[in-house]
Design a binder for this molecule. Structure first.
Ligand code: B16
Ligand code: MG
Length: 215
């Protein structure tokens, strides 16, 4: 892999643990709908879009609703979620992320964000991370959710690179599949048991530098 020139990072679960806030907000909504929604169920929402997340919750509760109500509920959840994440600070960046991003940039690697979240800009701003990125592709710029490769293909394009020149960092199964569908090398962040399809899995970025990847 000597031709690697770009790294594309997922946001939620890779750079910051926002999954807990998504969970709190979805659980609040589920409670209102009298749906039992567990932490285990929450795993299914990682990496998938807001509307798809709502569909999964409604499926768990065996509830059918019309589109207008669904849009209203998704908006309600997002208002709570935004309330939670507005309290994020740079201290919420996951361990090792800043050191890793700096070593990556020092080695001339271009950096993009490839996230499904429509709140990415707000989150990056709260974490003071925006300036580390040469390109930001998020939920406001794509129409097809992971595992569709659109978000990562657009990321590579924005960096002026080919898919095989990029490495994706992902914490969700749907995201790993999206990277593979894009023809990219994928490094999973999390557990090997969950991210079986990733080419390599790291538990996180703690003490990690560009050189240690041995590309
Ligand atoms: P929003 P990522 C994803 O972000 C989350 O993993 C997923 O749980 C969430 O539903 C999705 O963003 C949409 O987020 O409601 O903020 O637009 O992991 O792709 O960075
Ligand atoms: Mg993620």
């Amino acid at each position: 892999m000597h031709n690697i020139k770009g790294f594309i990072f997922d946001l939620d679960g890779v750079l910051v643990d926002t999954a807990k806030y998504h969970y709190l907000a979805w659980r609040r909504l589920a409670e209102e709908l009298n749906i039992d929604f567990s932490l285990r169920d929450n795993e299914r929402l990682k990496g998938v879009s807001r509307m798809q997340s709502l569909e999964i919750i409604l499926e768990i509760g065996n509830i059918t609703l019309n589109d207008a109500t669904k849009i209203e509920l998704a908006q309600k959840k997002n208002n709570w979620y935004v309330e939670y994440i507005s309290k994020l600070t740079p201290e919420d960046i996951l361990p090792g992320v800043i050191g890793f991003l700096e070593s990556v940039r020092d080695n001339g690697i271009k950096v993009a964000l490839g996230s499904a979240s429509k709140n990415s800009m707000l989150i990056l701003d709260k974490l003071n991370l925006t300036n580390y990125f040469d390109a930001i592709i998020d939920g406001t710029k794509v129409s097809k959710a992971k595992p569709n490769p659109e978000v990562f293909l657009k990321g590579a394009e924005a960096l002026n690179l080919l898919p095989n020149q990029c490495i994706v960092f992902e914490d969700a199964e749907a995201g790993v599949e999206a990277a593979i569908n894009a023809g990219m090398y994928c490094i999973g962040i999390g557990s090997k048991d969950v991210l079986k399809k990733a080419h390599l899995v790291l538990s996180g970025f703690y003490n990690m530098t560009f050189d240690k990847l041995e590309l």
